[in-house]
Design a binder for this molecule. Structure first.
Ligand code: MN
Length: 234
């Protein structure tokens, strides 16, 4: 009988040894008020008005672990969005998570970029169409090594430098939906599994990247991802 071999499951190195097999990549939209406003969306005035988070997914093989990102096809406006990445180490129990169960699912944290074909996203938004072609493309999810643990994550900040200039910086305490909030909301919609990554949303300062740009993304004092944009693949 004929058979087909698919590409191997993508993996991300774990600091201190080991590797993390990637199952799914969930992403949160509009999780910092300043970024929601810069994109022309309204930001909630209080937690009671925040409604539901915006979610979208990327394919697992969008992961890039060496920081080398070829400029993608079909766009003239590739944008950076620096984001905290939460790595799940356990399957969720059936049904909706309780808030106090969320922490036990977490294996560790990384810094990542939710790369976006902004021109395609703007067109999709204006026509009321899905965001997939703007968000879920090849090489759209560069991530650092995963750092296990860290109960102190909420007090940290994230930063993106491009060619030595600071483009984005924010305290993680400014997120509209906390990590636990996001995992609870995701558990209403999907079966969360070991190997899932959650990109937690970006602060203000998103902007274009060009071939030749170098970048450093960080969870400050914890982990850095060094990378660069290379010419389009032939
Ligand atoms: Mn994003």
């Amino acid at each position: 009988m004929p058979s087909v071999t698919a590409p191997a499951t993508p993996t991300v190195p774990v600091r201190g040894g080991g590797s993390f097999q990637v199952h799914r990549i969930y992403c949160v939209g509009r999780n910092f008020a300043d970024h929601a406003r810069e994109m022309g969306a309204s930001a909630p005035a209080s937690p009671a008005e925040r409604g539901r988070p915006v979610f979208f997914l990327k394919p697992a093989d969008a992961i890039v672990i060496d920081g080398v990102v070829p400029y993608p096809p079909a766009t003239a406006d590739l944008h950076h969005e620096v984001e905290l990445v939460v790595a799940l180490g356990r399957d969720a129990p059936p049904g909706e998570l309780r808030h106090d169960q969320a922490g036990a699912l977490i294996f560790g944290y990384a810094i990542g970029l939710d790369l976006t074909r902004r021109d395609l996203q703007a067109e999709a938004k204006s026509r009321g169409l899905p965001w997939d072609i703007a968000k879920a493309f090849d090489h759209s999810a560069p991530v650092s090594d995963i750092i296990p643990g860290d109960s102190d994550i909420a007090s940290r900040s994230i930063t993106l430098m491009v060619d030595g200039g600071r483009r984005q910086h924010a305290a993680l305490s400014d997120m509209i939906w906390s990590i636990a909030d996001v995992l609870v909301e995701l558990s209403r919609l999907y079966i969360l599994r070991a190997g899932d990554l959650v990109f937690m949303g970006t602060p203000a300062g998103v902007g274009p990247l060009q071939a030749g740009d170098t970048f450093t993304a960080s969870i400050d004092g914890m982990v850095e991802l060094h990378g660069r944009i290379t010419p389009p693949l032939a």
